[in-house]
Design a protein around this ligand. Structure first.
Ligand code: ASP
Length: 591
C-alpha cells in the first residue's frame, strides 16, 4: 500500500512491472513514467506578428515585430513553460515541430498542453496583411490539422477581426478549436496583456473541442466572425455586440456550449483559400455624392458592404443615389446592407430602408462589417455557383455569423415546452438541473439506438455533443455500439469526431475496438484520424491481432487508415508474427 501522501502506481504500470517485457524499452527511464500517464494535448501556434511580439519605442521608429525572440522569451516565463518538466521528459517526442516546442504547467484539468510555435517570416504588423496572408494561415492549418488537437494564431489586434472572420469562412467543416489572440502591450514589457491572452488561448485550444474560429482576449472567448475592435487603449479591446462570449475565463473557464457553432456534415475539413478581392466597404454619410457612389461601384467591383444608418436606412429623397445602386445590382454587383451602429441589425422598419431593398440591396442582418466583407469575398469566389446561388448563400447562416432570427428558427433549451414538462414531472425546481441530465439522456438514447429520443432532445435545444461524467459523448456511445444511421445523424447534427473521453479515447478508437467497419468508414470520411501517439502504439496492437489470426480486428485498423507494416516495440511486423494462416497472410500482404 502507498504511504500517506504518496501516489500509488497506476494500475497499468503495475501490470507492466510484473510482465516479462522490458519496461525501459516501452517507457524510457523510470523517472518519466508518471509523466507518461498524464493526458496531453498538442497545440500549434502560428505566430504571424502583432504587438504581442513587438519591441521598440516612439523615438526609435515605433513598435515593430521582432524575429526569433518570442520562443526564447517564453522559455523563461514559468506560467508559459514548465522548464523542470521539459528537462525531465522528452515531452516533445511526438510533435510535428519539436524544435520550438514548449509545455504549459499542468492544468487544473490534469492535462498537459504541449505547444509548438511556427514563426512567420516576415512577422507582420497586422495592418500590412492581405488576403494572401489569410491564405497562408489557412494552408498551414490544413497542413498540420491532423497532427495537433488545437490551434492558436498570434496576430495584431488592428485587423484581427477581419482575419478571424475570413478564416471562419475559409475553414470548411471545421472540427477543431482555432483561437486567434494577441496583445495591446508587448509580452516583453512588465505590465502586459500578452501573457494572459496567450495562456488563455492555449488552454482553450488544448482542453476543449470548440469547432470554431474564435478570438480570445481579456478573459473572453468570442466567435471570430462576431467581433470588432472597439478600444485602442484598453486591455478589453474587442466587443461581440450581437452574440455573448462563447466562454468566460474567470475562476474556471466556463463555456456556453449552447451557443457553440458546429459544422453539421459528414465531410472532412478543408480550406478554401481563394478569396475574391473585388469587394469593398462603403459607409453612407450625409451629403455623399452620386459620383462617389458611382466611382466606388464601377468595374471591377463585384460586391460591396453598404454601411447604412440605424436599422439599415439610407436617404430615400435622393433618386440619384438610389439609381446608382439600382444600376449596380442590375450589373450583378452584390450590395450587402449592414448597420453603422455597433449593436443591432438591419430591419425593414423604415421606408428609407425598404427603398434600398427595392433597388436590389440584400439585408446583412446583424453581421458586423468585417464579417460581411469576409463573407462577400468568400462567397463571390465560389466560381461553381450561379449569381442567384451566391446571393442565397449570402443570406444563409454559414458559420454562425448572423443571428438565427434572420435565417430561421433555432430552439433553445431554456424556453422549451419539453423542459417545462420534464421539469414539472421530475419535480426539479430549476431548468438548469434538467439541462444537466441531458448528457445522460442523450448517451442512453445513443446506446439503445433510439433516434426519436435523440431528435426530441435536439428539438428542445439539447446539445448532442454533450459529455457525460466520463467525458463520453453520444457519438462515442453510438460508435461503440455500431449504430451507423445514428452516427450519421449525430455527425449531421454537429457532433465532433475529435472529442476524447477521460480515457483519451475518440469515437474512432471506440469503433475500431468494437470492429464496427461501417462506422469507422463514416467517421474517417468526416475527418476522424488517429493521433500520432495512437499510430505509434498501433504496431503492438496489430501484432497482437496478427498473432491471434484476428482478420476482423486487423481490418478495423486498416479501415482506420493504419498501415499493416507498423512494427511492434521489438521491431516485428504483423506479417512476421502472424499465424500460418493463408487468409491472414494474404490480407497482410495485400495491404
Ligand atoms: N498595429 C498592431 C497590429 O495590428 C496593433 C496590435 O497588434 O495590437 O499588428
Amino acid at each position: 500500500m502507498a504511504a500517506a501522501g504518496e501516489t500509488p502506481p497506476a494500475p497499468r504500470l503495475q501490470r507492466l512491472r510484473s510482465s516479462s517485457l522490458s519496461h525501459e524499452s516501452l517507457w524510457g527511464s523510470p523517472e518519466v513514467w508518471p509523466a507518461r500517464e498524464e493526458a496531453r494535448a498538442r497545440v500549434l501556434v502560428l505566430n504571424t506578428g502583432g504587438t504581442i511580439g513587438m519591441a521598440g519605442s516612439e523615438c526609435d521608429g515605433g513598435l515593430a515585430p521582432q524575429a526569433n525572440k518570442l520562443v526564447e522569451a517564453l522559455k523563461k516565463m514559468p506560467m508559459l513553460h514548465d522548464a523542470e518538466y521539459a528537462k525531465a521528459t522528452k515531452f516533445y517526442d511526438s510533435c510535428a515541430l519539436p524544435e520550438s516546442t514548449l509545455v504549459l504547467p499542468l492544468s487544473k484539468r490534469k492535462k498537459r498542453v504541449i505547444y509548438s510555435i511556427v514563426e512567420y517570416s516576415p512577422l507582420l504588423d497586422s495592418c500590412n496583411m492581405t488576403t494572401d496572408d489569410w491564405a497562408k494561415i489557412a494552408k498551414d492549418l490544413e497542413t498540420y490539422y491532423e497532427q495537433y488537437d488545437g490551434f492558436v494564431i498570434l496576430h495584431g489586434t488592428d485587423t484581427m477581426a477581419y482575419t478571424a472572420a475570413a478564416l471562419s469562412f475559409m475553414c470548411e467543416n471545421l472540427g477543431k478549436t482555432i483561437v486567434l489572440t494577441g496583445a495591446q502591450v508587448p509580452i516583453y514589457e512588465l505590465r502586459n496583456d500578452g501573457r494572459s491572452n496567450l495562456l488563455g488561448a492555449l488552454l482553450i485550444a488544448g482542453l476543449f473541442v470548440i469547432p470554431e474560429v474564435c478570438l480570445y482576449f481579456h478573459h473572453k472567448l468570442y466567435r471570430g466572425n462576431r467581433v470588432t475592435k472597439v478600444d485602442t487603449g484598453s486591455f478589453d479591446a474587442f466587443s461581440s455586440p450581437n452574440l455573448p462570449p462563447l466562454a468566460n475565463a474567470e475562476v474556471d473557464i466556463k463555456i456556453d456550449w449552447g451557443i457553440v457553432w458546429r459544422a453539421t456534415t459528414t465531410k472532412k475539413f478543408k480550406v478554401h483559400t481563394d478569396m475574391n478581392r473585388n469587394v469593398g466597404l462603403l459607409r453612407i454619410f450625409p451629403g455623399i455624392t452620386a459620383t462617389t457612389v458611382r466611382a466606388f461601384l464601377q468595374h471591377p467591383m463585384e460586391g460591396i458592404v453598404l454601411e447604412t444608418y440605424g436599422c439599415g436606412n439610407a436617404p430615400n429623397n435622393r433618386p440619384d443615389l438610389l439609381e446608382e445602386l439600382r444600376q449596380a445590382t442590375e450589373r450583378n454587383v452584390v450590395i450587402l446592407n449592414c448597420t453603422q451602429c455597433l449593436r443591432g441589425s438591419v430591419a425593414p422598419t423604415y421606408a428609407t430602408g425598404q427603398d434600398l431593398a427595392h433597388v436590389g440591396v440584400i439585408s446583412g442582418g446583424d453581421m458586423t462589417p468585417e464579417a460581411s466583407l469576409a463573407k462577400l469575398s468568400y462567397v463571390l469566389a465560389q466560381s461553381q455557383l450561379t449569381w442567384k446561388e451566391k446571393k442565397q448563400m449570402l443570406c444563409d447562416n454559414l458559420r454562425g455569423e448572423m443571428s438565427s432570427m434572420f435565417t430561421g428558427n433555432q430552439s433553445s433549451l431554456s424556453n422549451s415546452i419539453f423542459i417545462k414538462v420534464m421539469t414539472k414531472f421530475i419535480s426539479l425546481n430549476c431548468k438548469e438541473e434538467l439541462g444537466a441530465l441531458i448528457p445522460s439522456l442523450a448517451c442512453a438514447a445513443a446506446k439503445t439506438g433510439d433516434m426519436d429520443a435523440l431528435k426530441a432532445i435536439e428539438e428542445v435545444g439539447g446539445n448532442l455533443n454533450c459529455e457525460d461524467y466520463d467525458g463520453r459523448t453520444p457519438l462515442h456511445v453510438a460508435s461503440s455500439e455500431g449504430h451507423v444511421h445514428l452516427t450519421e445523424y449525430l455527425l449531421k447534427s454537429g457532433a465532433s469526431v475529435y472529442g476524447k473521453d477521460r480515457y483519451g479515447a475518440t469515437p474512432l478508437m471506440n469503433a475500431i475496438e468494437f470492429r464496427h467497419m461501417e462506422v469507422i468508414q463514416l467517421l474517417r470520411k468526416t475527418g476522424a484520424h488517429l493521433s500520432k501517439e495512437e499510430l505509434e502504439n498501433a504496431g503492438t496492437k496489430l501484432c497482437l491481432l496478427a498473432s491471434k489470426g484476428d482478420v476482423d480486428g486487423l481490418m478495423a485498423w486498416h479501415l482506420a487508415g493504419v498501415d499493416m507494416e507498423h512494427a511492434d516495440y521489438s521491431g516485428r511486423t504483423p506479417l512476421q508474427v502472424s499465424l500460418p494462416n493463408k487468409h491472414l497472410k494474404k490480407f497482410l500482404i495485400k495491404r
